[in-house]
Design a protein. Structure first.
Lengths: 196, 1077
C-alpha cells in the first residue's frame, strides 16, 4: 500500500492520532450537561430555590421562585447510608395532597400515587457499576477543626436552582481524583477506595 | 483462463497488506489509524446506558438506611447463625458471634443460603398423583381439606413421618397432635444412630452420656471419632483451644484409630489404622488391658466386667486387628497417665457396624475405669448430644404400611425412597397408603411418588425452634417472606391441627386470626405457627414477653436460664435428675434430653452389669477380605442439599474431590491392582453393584474401601441431579439398625474411565526443597520455638522499601488451630460472589475459589533426599500420612510479583498494604496469574453471572449453558453481595482481604466522627468470621497491639517464600504435632 504523496501520509498519521484522541476522550467522557428527560417535569428551583414573591395581575401574592425546602427533606439518607435516596412518593404527597392540586405535573404525580406505581425517574448522577460511592463517608468527613469537609453543593453545585436537574460537574474519575488528591482532603487515592 | 477469473476484483482486497506475509510497520500504523478513526466515529454517538431509579411509593419502616446491612439471629441446619441481609434479602449466613462456641455451624448451614434462592424448589402446592402425568398446580385449601378430613376421623391411621425434631415448641406441637388427633409420629434420619444411647441406657439406666469438653482433655483417644467431620456436635473450638502448644495444662494429645483417613483423623497426632470391623475388638482389648491386665480403676475388681472382657485379651484379637500387644500397652500407659483428664470417643460411622454396641460399651468402660466421666473433660452440666433416632421406627412403619394400617402418610423433611436401604421396601409399601402428602421442599425422589406436594418454606422463611448441645434452645425466625407460594412447616402443622380441632393449635390459630389492635380491618401480625412457638417458649422457656424479644435478638437461650423448666411437660422431680423425658412412647420419637446430671450415681447399674456379656459379645472376625465404609459426604452429609452448587463444588478436605463420588481404595491395593485415579470400578455388596471411579485414598486401611453417601440424587433439581452414585443402596440392616461400615464387599475393575474433578494435583510435599508449610513436633518446638519455620531467607529484592503509614493489613493463620473444615471457603464464596463453575471447569483447573485449603501429606526426611518420585506420592508416605492443612489465599505480598508484570496497572499496591485488583482496568492478559508463586489468582473464562443467550456462542461453547443452569436461573443472583463487583468474562480476580468490609468499617468510623480511624477488630474478613476455631486472625500489622500483629510476631510465625523476597502479608503459625507420649 503506497500513498501517493507526503501530505497524504501526513493526513493518515494525523487522522490516526485524532482517532486515538477521540477514543481516549470518550473513555474519560465528562458527563457535564447531562440532563435526561424525566417522567415528571420536576423543577428543583420550585422546591429548593430561593423565593421570589411577586404580585400578579389579579393583585395576588404569588411565589415564582422556590420554597427553600432543605435537600434532606426529600433526599433523606445521605448522612446515614451509601445512597442519598430519591424521595418515596409519600414524601411528595406530604405537600401535594394539598398543594398545587390543579397543576399538570402534580396530576401526573397523583396518578402514580393512586396507581401505587413508583415514579420511573431517570438516573442523572449515575456512576458506572464498578464504582462504589458512599455519600455518608463524604458528608461526615471532618477536618482538623471538626468542620465538615464537604456539603451537597460541592459536587452537585447549584442543583437547587435547576429547572431540569443536570450534571453540572465533569463527574468522571479525573474529577473525583482531583479532589481526593488535595492535601486538605486527606483522602485515599487507592483504587480500592472506589473499585472492588 | 476461465471467465470467472477475468471478472475485475476490488483493488483493495487484492493488495490487502494483512494477506501479505510481511506486514510492514508503516502499513500497520496506517491501518491501525484507520481502524481507530472508524471506531471513534462509530462510538461518538454512544452514551452510557440510561437507567431508571425507582423509589418506593411508600417507604417501609426499617428500610430507611438503604445500602447498609441488617442482621437477624436465627437457625440454619440446626445451628444458631446470624444472617446478613441487604434491602431485605439474605446474602450471608455466619455463625452467631453471641454464641460462645460458634456451636455446630456446618458448611451446610452456611450454604443453606443458596437453597433459599434455588429455582428447583417447588413453587407452590402440586398434585402429583403418584407420578402419573405431569404435576398439576393446586391450592393450599385443596390439600388442607383432604388432610384435615383424615385428621378429623381420629382413626389412628394417620402417620406423620419427620426428620428428627429437637425444638421444645415443635416437639410439643407434634406431641399435641399425637395426643388430641390420635395420629402417630415417627422420626427418621438415614444417618441417625441410637447405638450410643442404647449402650448408655443399658449400662447406666439413662439414655445419654455427659458431653465431652475437649478444651479440658489432656488426651483424646478416638475410635473412628468424627467430631470434626460432624461440626453439628459443636466440639471444634474446644478441641482447637487445647491444641495451642502453650495451652493451659499443656497441649492435648489426640490418638485416632480408624480405617478411612477422615478429617478428624487427619488432625490426630498419632493415627493407627484399624479397619472398621475391628475397632470394637481393639476398644475391648484396650479395656481388657486396662481393667484385667493392669487392674486399673474401680472396675478392676468387678467380676462381671472381667468376665465380659476376658474374650478380648489383646493376644486373642491380635491377628484380626493387626495390632501388636505393644500398641495396647502403649495406649494403656498413655491413658493411665492422663486418667481423669482423658476423653475416649467413638463416631457414628464407626458404630454403624454390626458390633457397634460392643464398641460403645468398651468406650464407656474405658472412660468409667479411668474416671474420665468425673473429670474436667466431661461437662456433666451441659445438655448432652440429643440422640438421633435409629431406623427401627421406619422399619416398623413400613410393616404397618404393608399391613394396611396406615391410611394417610404425611412426610416432612425426609426422603426414604432415596436414602433408606432398598431391602426395606419403603417405596413399594407406599402403594398401600391411601393418601400420601409430602411437605418436602421440592419434587424429590419420595415426593414424586406422593399424591400431593405441599412444599414447606425454607428455614429462612419460617418460624421454628431447635435444641442443641452446648446451648439450650434457639429460635428460628423468618428473615424474609416466602419467595414462592410455600408455608412454614410449623404453620402447616398448626393450621391443619387447628382445622381438625387440636387444642394448642386452635389457640395459636385464634391468636393469628385476631384483628390487629391498631388497624381492626387487618389481621394481627404473625402466622399461626409463630403464635404457637411464641406461646410455648414464653410460657415454658423464657418466662415473659420481654425475654422473648431478647431471645429474638440474640437467637438463643443459654441453658443456665432454662434449667428445670424448658419443656414444661414433666416437672423435675428433684433438681439433680433429668428434667425432661421422652414425650411419647413411640420408638421413633426423639427423646428430649435434659440437664442436671446426678454425678454421684454415675456408675454401672446392676442391670447394666447383667447386660454386659450380651453387650460385649465375643470378638468378631472381619466379614471378608475387603470391607466397605459408607461415610456421610463431608459437604452434602445425607444429600438433602445435593442441589447446592456451593456444597457440590466444595472440595472434600481429604480427597479434594468435587462434583463426584468415588470409591476410595488404599494406596497399596491401588498399586497392586495397577489402577489410576478415575478408573471405573464395580463395587458389589450383596446383590447391589455400583460403578464408580477409583480414588487412591491416603491412610486408608488396606482391607477397606470407602464411598461417600449423599450423592446420586435423581430428583433434586438441575444442579445436583445424577452427580455421582447413590451409595445408600449399599446400606445393610442389622437388628433394626442401618449398617454402613464393615460391609463385606467385592471390587472389580470395570475397564472404563471417568476423569475425577479434583481440586488439587500432587498430594505429598517434600518440605526440604519446598518449605511451604511450617510443621514441627512438640518436642522440637519446646527445644526451639522456631522449629519448622526454617527456610532460605533474604532473597535479593528489586523493589524499593515502601513507606508504611497508617494501617497495614495482614493476617495470621494458626495451622495448629486450623482443622481444615472448609467453612472459610464457603464463607468467602458467599461474601465475594464467587460463581459455581462445575466439574468440567474444575477438571480444566479453572476453579474460581479465592480461598482454598491445600491438603498436604508431609514426606518425612529421607537419607539422600527425595527425588521426583515424591510427586507421585510414594507408598511409605501415603500409607501412614502426616496431614497438614494450609488455607491458601492471596498473600497480599508487599513486593507482589503480579503487580510487576501487569501491563495495564490493573493490579497494584494500596497504601494500606492491599494487593488491589481493579476489574475495570483488567483486560485479561493473565500475566499476573502466571507470575503468582501461590497460584491464587483466578481467571473468569466465562460470563458466569449472566445467561448467555447468543445461539452461536452457545453452539461453540456448550458449557455456557451449564454455567447458566448453575448460576443464573430464577432468583439465584439475588444471593449476591451488592458490595462486591460481580465479575464478568475476561477478568482476573482474587482475594481482596474483604476490602469492602475495610471500606465499610472506615465509613462507619467516619460516620461516628472518628475520622476513619479503626480499632483492632473493626474489620473482620468473611473467612475469619466463618472460622470456628479462631485460626484466622485479620488485623493491622502496623499496630503492635493488634491480635494479628502479636500472632505474626510469634516465634511460630512464618511467611512463605522468604527467599524470593515477596514479603507476604499473610503469616502462618507452625503446626505442632504432639509426639510427647
Amino acid at each position: 500500500m503506497k500513498l501517493p504523496n507526503k501530505p497524504m501520509q501526513l493526513a493518515v498519521v494525523l487522522g490516526a492520532l485524532a482517532g486515538f484522541g477521540v477514543l481516549a476522550f470518550l473513555m474519560i467522557n465528562p458527563k457535564q450537561g447531562y440532563a435526561p428527560k424525566q417522567p415528571i417535569f420536576f423543577q428543583h428551583k420550585r422546591m429548593a430555590g430561593d423565593p421570589n414573591w411577586v404580585t400578579d395581575a389579579n393583585g395576588k401574592e404569588v411565589n415564582l421562585g422556590g420554597y427553600q425546602i432543605p435537600c434532606r427533606y426529600c433526599h433523606t439518607m445521605p448522612y446515614e447510608g451509601r445512597h442519598s435516596t430519591l424521595p418515596s412518593t409519600d414524601i411528595c404527597m406530604n405537600c401535594h395532597s394539598v398543594v398545587g392540586q390543579d397543576k399538570e405535573w402534580v396530576l401526573v404525580l397523583k396518578g402514580y400515587w393512586e396507581r401505587g406505581e413508583p415514579i420511573p425517574w431517570v438516573k442523572v448522577h449515575d456512576l458506572p457499576d464498578f464504582v462504589y460511592y458512599d455519600h455518608s463517608a463524604h458528608l461526615n468527613a471532618v477536618d482538623d477543626k471538626g468542620q465538615p469537609k464537604l456539603d451537597c453543593v460541592n459536587c452537585h453545585l447549584d442543583v437547587k436552582n435547576d429547572s431540569v436537574v443536570q450534571v453540572r460537574t465533569k463527574f468522571n474519575m479525573g474529577w473525583c481524583v482531583e479532589c481526593h488528591r488535595k492535601p486538605e482532603m486527606a483522602a485515599s487515592t487507592d483504587c480500592v477506595t472506589c473499585h472492588r | 483462463m476461465s471467465a470467472h477469473e477475468e471478472t475485475p476484483r476490488p483493488v483493495a482486497s487484492a493488495k490487502l497488506p494483512i494477506l501479505d506475509n510481511a506486514l510492514a510497520r508503516r502499513d500497520f500504523l496506517k491501518l491501525g489509524g484507520g481502524i481507530a478513526t472508524t471506531a471513534a466515529l462509530t462510538t461518538l454517538g454512544c452514551q452510557p446506558p440510561q437507567e431508571n431509579s425507582l423509589p418506593f411509593v411508600e417507604m417501609p419502616e426499617g428500610l430507611r438506611t438503604q445500602g447498609r446491612p441488617k442482621f437477624y439471629a436465627t437457625v440454619s441446619a440446626g445451628a444458631p447463625v446470624l444472617v446478613r441481609t441487604r434491602e431485605g434479602r439474605p446474602i450471608l449466613i455466619t455463625p452467631n458471634p453471641a454464641c460462645p462456641a460458634k456451636v455446630g455451624v456446618s458448611v451446610r448451614a452456611q450454604a443453606a443460603l443458596l437453597d433459599l434462592y434455588d429455582p428447583d424448589r417447588a413453587q407452590g402446592p402440586l398434585s402429583i398423583r403418584r407420578g402419573k402425568g405431569n404435576p398439576l398446580k393446586v391450592d393450599w385449601l385443596t390439600v388442607g381439606t383432604e388432610v384435615v378430613r383424615q385428621l378429623k376421623a381420629k382413626a389412628g391411621d394417620v402417620v406423620l413421618l419427620t426428620e428428627p425434631i429437637t425444638g421444645p415448641a415443635t416437639t410439643t406441637l407434634i406431641a399435641d397432635l399425637v395426643r388430641t388427633l390420635n395420629i402417630r409420629h415417627v422420626s427418621y434420619s438415614p444417618l441417625g444412630s441410637d447405638v450410643q444411647t442404647q449402650a448408655a441406657e443399658a449400662l447406666f439406666g439413662r439414655p445419654y452420656l455427659p458431653r465431652p469438653n475437649l478444651a479440658h482433655a489432656a488426651l483424646i483417644v478416638g475410635f473412628g471419632a468424627e467430631f470434626l467431620d460432624q461440626p453439628e456436635t459443636g466440639m471444634e473450638l474446644e478441641f482447637a483451644k487445647r491444641r495451642e502448644p502453650n495451652a493451659e495444662g499443656g497441649m492435648s494429645r489426640f490418638i485416632q484409630l480408624e480405617g478411612r483417613l477422615s478429617l478428624t483423623g487427619a488432625n490426630a497426632d498419632t493415627r493407627i489404622r484399624v479397619r472398621d470391623s475391628q475397632l470394637a475388638n481393639v476398644a475391648a482389648a484396650l479395656a481388657h488391658t486396662l481393667i484385667v491386665s493392669r487392674k486399673y480403676g474401680p472396675l478392676a475388681s468387678n467380676e462381671a466386667v472381667i468376665a465380659a472382657l476376658t474374650p478380648f485379651a489383646p493376644s486373642d484379637v491380635q491377628t484380626p486387628t493387626g495390632l501388636t500387644a505393644q500398641v495396647f500397652e502403649r495406649l494403656a500407659d498413655e491413658l493411665i497417665n492422663a486418667a481423669g483428664r482423658a476423653v475416649v470417643l467413638s463416631g457414628i460411622t464407626a458404630t454403624a457396624t454390626t458390633n457397634g454396641l460392643t464398641l460403645e460399651t468398651a468406650v464407656a468402660l474405658i472412660n468409667l475405669t479411668l474416671g474420665n466421666y468425673e473429670g474436667p473433660a466431661f461437662d456433666r452440666q451441659a445438655l448432652c448430644t440429643c440422640a438421633t433416632p435409629g431406623p427401627a421406627a421406619l422399619a416398623s412403619l413400613v410393616e404397618a404400611m404393608k399391613a394396611g394400617q396406615v391410611k394417610t402418610l404425611i412426610l416432612a423433611g425426609v426422603n426414604p425412597v432415596y436414602d433408606a436401604p432398598r431391602a426395606l421396601g419403603f417405596a413399594e409399601a407406599l402403594a398401600s397408603v391411601e393418601l400420601l402428602v409430602s411437605l418436602n421442599d421440592r419434587l424429590d425422589e419420595t415426593s414424586r411418588l406422593c399424591d400431593y406436594l405441599a412444599p414447606a418454606s425454607h428455614p429462612l422463611e419460617s418460624w421454628s425452634d431447635t435444641a442443641m448441645p452446648g446451648i439450650a434452645v434457639a429460635v428460628a425466625q423468618p428473615v424474609l417472606r416466602p419467595l414462592y407460594d410455600t408455608h412454614g412447616l410449623t404453620d402447616i402443622l398448626v393450621s391443619w391441627g387447628a382445622s381438625a380441632g387440636s387444642g394448642g393449635a386452635l389457640e395459636a390459630a385464634a391468636l393469628a386470626a385476631r384483628p390487629d389492635a391498631k388497624n381492626p380491618a387487618q389481621k394481627s401480625a404473625g402466622s399461626a405457627g409463630y403464635h404457637f412457638i411464641r406461646n410455648h417458649l414464653v410460657t415454658h422457656v423464657v418466662g415473659d414477653a420481654k425475654s422473648w424479644d431478647d431471645l429474638l435478638r440474640s437467637g438463643f437461650v443459654a441453658e443456665a436460664t432454662v434449667i428445670g423448666r424448658w419443656t414444661g411437660l414433666t416437672p423435675p422431680a428433684s433438681p439433680n435428675t433429668i428434667t425432661a423425658r421422652p414425650l411419647t412412647t413411640d420408638p421413633g420419637m426423639m427423646p428430649l434430653i435434659g440437664i442436671g446430671f446426678d454425678t454421684n450415681t454415675f456408675a454401672l447399674t446392676d442391670a447394666g452389669l447383667q447386660a454386659l456379656p450380651t453387650l460385649m459379645g465375643k470378638p468378631t472376625a472381619s466379614p471378608a477380605d475387603l470391607e466397605l465404609q459408607l461415610y456421610p459426604h463431608f459437604a452434602l452429609h445425607d444429600g438433602r442439599q445435593a442441589n447446592n452448587g456451593w456444597l457440590q463444588e466444595l472440595p472434600d478436605p481429604i480427597t479434594r474431590l468435587t462434583w463426584a463420588s468415588a470409591v476410595s481404595i488404599a494406596p497399596k491395593r491401588f498399586a497392586e491392582m495397577g489402577l489410576k485415579d478415575g478408573d471405573l470400578m464395580e463395587v458389589s455388596v450383596g446383590e447391589v453393584t455400583l460403578t464408580l471411579p477409583a480414588y487412591r485414598h491416603a491412610g486408608l486401611h488396606n482391607d477397606q474401601l470407602a464411598i461417600p453417601l449423599g450423592q446420586g440424587r435423581t430428583h433434586c433439581g438441575e444442579i445436583g441431579k445424577n452427580v455421582g452414585v447413590n451409595a445408600f443402596t449399599l446400606m445393610g440392616q442389622h437388628t433394626g439398625r442401618f449398617v454402613r461400615a464393615a460391609l463385606p464387599v467385592t471390587l472389580k475393575k470395570q475397564g472404563g474411565f471417568q476423569q475425577l474433578p479434583g481440586a488439587q494435583g500432587a498430594d505429598v510435599i517434600d518440605r526440604k526443597p519446598r518449605p511451604l508449610v511450617p510443621l514441627t513436633t512438640l518436642a522440637a518446638y519446646q527445644k526451639n520455638p522456631k522449629s519448622g519455620t526454617e527456610q532460605e531467607e533474604g532473597g535479593r529484592t528489586i523493589w524499593p522499601e515502601r513507606e508504611k503509614k497508617g494501617p497495614q493489613w495482614g493476617m495470621a493463620i494458626d495451622l495448629n488451630k486450623c482443622t481444615g473444615c472448609a467453612k472459610c471457603v464457603v464463607g468467602c464464596q458467599a461474601e465475594n460472589n464467587i460463581p459455581v463453575v462445575g466439574p468440567q471447569t474444575i477438571i480444566a483447573g479453572r476453579e474460581m475459589s479465592w480461598l482454598r485449603i491445600d491438603r498436604y501429606y508431609d514426606a518425612p526426611e529421607k537419607a539422600g533426599g527425595w527425588g521426583d518420585e515424591v510427586w507421585a506420592g510414594p507408598l511409605d508416605v501415603v500409607e501412614e500420612p502426616v496431614t497438614v492443612f494450609e488455607p491458601m489465599l492471596c498473600q497480599h505480598c508487599e513486593n507482589a510479583p503480579c503487580e510487576t508484570v501487569c501491563p495495564f496497572n490493573a493490579t497494584m499496591h494500596s497504601e494500606d498494604g492491599l494487593n488491589q485488583q481493579v476489574y475495570n482496568r483488567c483486560v485479561g492478559t493473565r500475566y499476573c496469574a502466571n507470575n503468582c508463586p501461590f497460584k491464587v489468582r483466578r481467571y473468569n473464562w466465562f460470563e458466569y453471572s449472566k445467561a448467555q443467550t447468543n445461539p452461536l456462542f452457545s453452539l461453540v461453547f456448550p458449557e455456557i449453558k451449564a454455567h447458566a443452569i448453575r448460576n443464573t436461573r430464577g432468583r439465584m443472583q439475588m444471593k449476591n453481595n451488592p458490595e462486591v463487583t460481580v465479575r464478568s468474562r475476561g477478568v482476573m480476580e482474587k482475594c481482596s482481604f474483604c476490602v469492602q468490609r475495610i471500606r465499610e468499617a472506615r465509613a462507619e468510623s467516619t460516620r461516628q466522627g472518628n475520622k476513619a480511624t479503626l480499632k483492632d477488630g473493626d474489620v473482620v474478613t468473611a473467612c475469619m468470621e466463618a472460622c470456628p476455631t479462631e485460626a484466622i486472625v485479620f488485623g493491622d500489622l502496623n499496630d503492635p497491639n493488634s491480635r494479628a500483629a502479636k500472632l505474626c510476631a510469634d516465634a511460630r510465625s512464618m511467611r512463605l517464600l522468604e527467599s524470593v523476597g515477596v514479603k507476604p502479608a499473610v503469616h502462618y503459625l507452625t503446626k505442632v504435632r504432639n509426639d510427647n507420649t
